[in-house]
Write a protein that binds this ligand. Sequence first.
Ligand SMILES: Cc1cc2nc3c(=O)[nH]c(=O)nc-3n(C[C@H](O)[C@H](O)[C@H](O)COP(=O)(O)O)c2cc1C
Length: 387
Amino acid sequence: MDWVFPAAQRRATAEYAKVNESNVEVDIEFTQTVNKGMAEDTMDATNTSADANTGTDTSTSTSTSTGIQRQHMLQFIRCATQAPSGHNTQPWKFRIHDGHTIDIVPDFAKTLPVVDTNNRELYISLGCALENLCIAAGHEGYGYDIVSQGKQGITIHLAKGTSENEDGLFTQIKARQTNRGVYSGRTMDDETLLALDQVRVQPDTRMYVAKIGERFADTLTQYIVQGNDMQMNDDDFKNELISWMRFTKGEVERMRDGLAHDVMGFPAIPRAVGRLIVGGFLKPRKQNESDLAKIRSSSHLVLLTTKHNTVSEWIDLGRTLESLLLTATKFNLAHAYLNPPCEIAALADGMRTALPIHEEYPSLIVRLGYADPMPCSPRQSVEKVIE
Ligand SMILES: Cc1cc2nc3c(=O)[nH]c(=O)nc-3n(C[C@H](O)[C@H](O)[C@H](O)COP(=O)(O)O)c2cc1C
C-alpha cells in the first residue's frame, strides 16, 4: 500500500458553533453544547453518587441549592489531572466558581521553553485535561458548554442533564498510561483499526494512522531520526529533560510530577549518578537505535495535525489526542510519543510538504502497539492544582 489516509475523521457529535474566529491569538470565544436538553432548571444538586474509580473525596462534599455538588467538581478535576502532559509537567490550574463553572488555566511556571518554544504542547496538555473533564462530567450525568478557550485557558459551564456520551471511555481515564517500552511486534487487526473510528476528532484537527512499513510511516520515521540527531546534540534540550527527571523515590513522592525513574524503566539512583547515566544515553546514535527498535515493535504510527496552528486548535488537538489514547487503551493498545520532528520548526516545515497532509501543521506523533503495562506516573493532589 502506498500513502495512507486520515482514518478516523468522525467529527465530535457536539453541535459546534464558532462565534468569533477573527483573532485566534487573542482568544477564541465559542459555544459547544454537547448534551442536548441541558438547562439551568434541570440542575440537580442532590446527586450524591461517588465513583470509586476516580477516588472521590467525600470529606469535601458541600452543595448549594443552585450549584453542582463540590464533590463532583473535585471528581471532574481529579479526572482532568490524570491527563498526559509533556514531561509530566501538569501545566494546569483549576478554578471553581459560581457553583457550575470550572476554568482550566495554564500554569506558566510549568513551561518547557526549550522543547516547547511556543507552548503548543502545553496547550495540547490542557486540551487532554479538558477532554477528561468532559468525559467525567458526562459519566456523572452532566452536560457541558465550553464557553471560551484560548491563551488565557478554558471555561466550562456544567449543568445536570441527560448524558449522551457514555462510550466506555470514562473507565479508561485511570487505565491510560504512556508506555515507552519495546512492544510485542503484533499488528492491529482490521477490526481494531476500525474501532479507532470512535475517536472524536475535533474540528480543524486531523489524525493520520499509518501501519509500520508503509511509506507514510517510513517518512515519519526518517524525520524522527533527524529530530533525534538534532535534539541529542542540544545541551539545552538535554538539561531541560534531565531537570524533569525524578531519580529517587524521595524526589518522586515530594514533587509528584516529572518523569519518575520507574516509569522510565530504571531503578532509583542518586541524582548525581542518574544525571551521568542518563547523559550517557542521550546520544544521537543510541537514541535512534532504541527508537527504531521501538518503532519496529509497534503496530502503527499516528500523526496529529492542525489546520492553522492556533492556540484554540492546540487545545482541540489535545482533546482529539486524549480521545485517541483512551480509545486505544480501551482496545488494549499501548502508546508512546515520538515528537522530535514536530518540535523542531525546520523539520515540521519539511513534513508539511513531504507528507500528503494538505500542508497542515504536524503537531504530535504517537506509536501504538501491544505491550505489558508499566508503572504509573504520579500526579499532584487536586488541592494543589485548585487556585
Ligand atoms: C503534548 C505532549 C507531549 C509529550 N511528549 C512526549 C515525548 O516527547 N516523549 C515522551 O516519552 N513522552 C511524551 N509525552 C508523554 C508524557 O511524558 C506523559 O504523558 C507524562 O509523563 C505522564 O505520564 P502518563 O501519560 O503515563 O500519565 C507527551 C505528552 C503530551 C500530552
